[in-house]
Design a binder for this molecule. Structure first.
Ligand SMILES: Nc1ncnc2c1ncn2[C@@H]1O[C@H](COP(=O)(O)OP(=O)(O)OP(=O)(O)O)[C@@H](O)[C@H]1O
Length: 451
C-alpha cells in the first residue's frame, strides 16, 4: 500500500518543480548565454564562458600506443595508463589517490608535488618508470586554454581553493613539479576538462557522440561546435572545435532567480564560492544531499516531519549524503527499507508517513536536477541541429541515481525538435581514457607514436 505524501509537503515542494514554461525560459536563457560566450564582444560579460578546448579532431579508432592520464577535478584523483591497441581494443589500469583536505586549500607547489609524486609511484607500480610516455591531463576546473598544452585556471570550484594557481598555466605547474623530481620523463600532450574526456571516450566507441556531460561532484557539458560560430577562435583553420561550456556558472548574474529557492540561497551562502556556479549548485552531487537536508530540517522545524523532533546529525551540514538520495529512491514503491536506514543513521525516528514524505522530497530535488540538466542538453541538441546525436555522460549522480537517466530522456524528448533523435550513453571508462585519447589524437596529428 502506498503511504500518502502529506498535502502541505506537496504544496511546499511546488517551488522545486521546473514547469514546462520554466524549461522553455531556461533553454532560451542558456542559448543566449552560449551565444554570448562564443561572441568576441559579449564573452567578457557572459556567465557561460564557452571555453575553446583546441580539440578539433575526434578519435578515429586508429590511435595506438601507451599513454598516461591524470584526472583531477572533484572527489577523486586518478592516475591511469591506457594501452590503445586499435579496433576499440584497449587495456587500462588505474589507481585512485586521495587529495588530502589540506592540499585542496593549501599552496600550488604542495598540490602539484603531490600529483607528481602519485604519478611516479604509479609508473613504478606499472613497470614504466623508465619509459618516456605521453600524458593527457584531465583538469576539471574552468580553464582558459591558450592551446592544447596551455591552460590558465580561471577559478577554483567544487571545494578546491589552492593558492597561487588562479591565472596560472596548470600544465606549467605540473611540468615544473615533474622537473623538480627529475626522475620521470613525461610529455604532457594535452590538458582537457572531464566533459571533453567523456566526449572523446564515448566518441571512440560511438562516432555519433557530439556532446559530453558530467553530473558528478559538479556539472558541466561540452559539445562540438562549427568553427564559423566560434568568433573567439583565432587559431589554425579547422571546421569544428569542442567547446567546454562551463555551464555550471549559468545564473551567476542573477538570471536564475526565477527558479531559485531559499534552500539554494542557503547552499550558496555556506559555500566557499559564494555567488558562483549557481546552476551547478542546483544540480550536482556536491550539493544535492545538502539541499535535501536543508529541506528536511526546515520541514521538521515547522512540525511537518518526524513529529517536529530533529536530531544533532540533521542539524549538521553535509550529513545527508547525496548517495542517500539514490538509496531512498531505490526502495520499491511502498517499501521504505533504505529510507528507514538513512533516517536511523541520522538519529531520527520516523513513521511510514515520514518515510513517504522524505522520499517525496528526495524525488523533488533529484527530479529538479535532472530537469535542469535536460534543459541544457535539449538546448545544445537543438542548437547543433544534427539529425541524430549521442550524448556521452559521466558522473556518479547520473550513474547511480535509479531514475536520473529516464527522467532526462523523457524531459529532453519533450523539448528537442521532433525530427532529431538522440541517446544518452554512459561513459563506461570515465574521462581518463578520454584524456589518453586526446593525447593519442595529438600524437597522431604530429605523427608521433607513444610507448
Ligand atoms: N550513489 C550515488 N548517487 C548519487 N550521487 C552519488 C552517489 N555516489 C556518489 N555520489 C555523489 O557524486 C559525487 C561524486 O561524483 P563522481 O564520482 O562523478 O566524482 P568526480 O569525478 O569527482 O566528479 P566531477 O566529474 O564533477 O569532478 C559526489 O558529490 C557524491 O556525493
Amino acid at each position: 500500500m502506498k503511504t500518502q505524501v502529506s498535502e502541505e509537503i506537496k504544496q511546499r515542494c511546488e517551488e522545486l518543480k521546473i514547469s514546462d514554461d520554466a524549461m522553455v525560459e531556461l533553454m532560451d536563457l542558456f542559448l543566449r548565454e552560449l551565444n554570448k560566450g562564443l561572441s568576441k564582444k559579449d564573452n567578457p560579460t557572459a556567465d557561460v564562458k564557452c571555453f575553446i578546448t583546441y580539440i578539433k579532431d575526434l578519435p578515429n579508432g586508429e590511435e595506438r600506443g601507451k599513454f598516461l592520464a591524470l584526472d583531477l577535478g572533484g572527489t577523486n584523483f586518478r592516475v591511469l595508463i591506457v594501452h590503445l591497441k586499435g579496433d576499440k581494443d584497449f587495456e587500462m589500469e588505474s589507481k585512485i589517490y586521495a587529495v588530502p583536505q589540506d592540499l585542496m586549500v593549501g599552496g600550488a607547489e604542495q598540490l602539484f608535488d603531490h600529483i607528481a609524486d602519485c604519478l611516479a609511484n604509479f609508473m613504478k607500480d606499472q613497470n614504466v618508470y623508465d619509459e618516456r610516455l605521453s600524458l593527457g591531463f584531465t583538469f576539471s576546473f574552468p580553464l582558459q586554454q591558450l592551446g592544447l598544452t596551455k591552460g590558465l585556471l580561471v577559478k577554483w570550484t567544487k571545494g578546491f581553493n589552492v593558492a597561487g594557481v588562479t591565472g596560472e598555466d596548470v600544465v606549467k605547474l605540473l611540468k615544473d613539479a615533474i622537473k623538480r623530481r627529475g626522475d620521470i620523463q613525461i610529455d604532457i600532450c594535452a590538458i582537457l576538462n572531464d566533459t571533453t574526456g567523456t566526449l572523446m571516450s564515448c566518441a571512440w566507441k560511438n562516432h555519433n557522440c557530439r556532446i559530453g556531460l558530467i553530473v558528478g561532484t559538479g556539472s558541466n557539458a561540452c559539445y562540438v561546435e562549427k568553427i564559423e560560430n566560434i568568433e573567439m577562435y583565432e587559431g589554425l583553420e579547422t571546421n569544428q572545435m569542442i567547446i567546454n561550456t562551463e555551464w555550471g556558472a549559468l545564473g551567476d548574474n542573477g538570471s536564475l532567480e526565477f527558479i531559485r529557492t531559499s534552500y539554494d540561497r542557503a547552499i550558496d551562502e555556506q559555500s566557499i564560492n559564494r555567488g558562483k556556479q549557481i546552476y551547478e549548485k542546483m544540480i550536482s552531487g556536491m550539493y544535492m544531499g545538502e539541499l535535501v537536508r536543508l529541506i528536511l530540517l526546515r520541514f521538521t522545524k515547522d512540525g511537518l516531519l518526524f513529529n517536529g523532533m530533529d536530531s544533532e546529525l540533521l542539524r549538521k551540514s553535509q550529513e545527508f549524503q547525496t548517495n542517500y538520495v539514490s538509496q531512498i529512491e531505490s526502495d520499491e514503491i511502498g517499501n521504505y527499507k533504505n529510507c528507514m536506514e538513512v533516517i536511523h543513521k541520522l538519529g531520527l525516528s520516523a513513521n511510514f508517513k515520514d518515510c513517504a514524505n522524505v522520499r517525496y522530497i528526495c524525488e523533488c530535488v533529484s527530479t529538479r536536477s535532472a530537469h535542469l540538466v535536460s534543459a541544457g542538453i535539449a538546448c545544445l541538441i537543438n542548437k547543433m541541429n544534427e539529425q541524430s546525436v549521442t550524448i556521452g555522460v559521466d558522473g556518479s549522480v547520473y550513474r547511480y541515481h535509479p531514475k536520473y537517466h529516464d527522467l532526462m530522456v523523457k524531459r529532453i524528448r519533450q523539448f528537442v525538435r521532433p525530427e532529431i533523435s538522440f541517446d544518452l550513453m554512459l561513459s563506461e571508462d570515465g574521462s581518463g581514457r578520454g584524456a589518453a585519447l586526446v593525447a593519442a589524437v595529438a600524437c597522431r596529428e604530429e605523427g608521433r607514436i607513444s610507448g
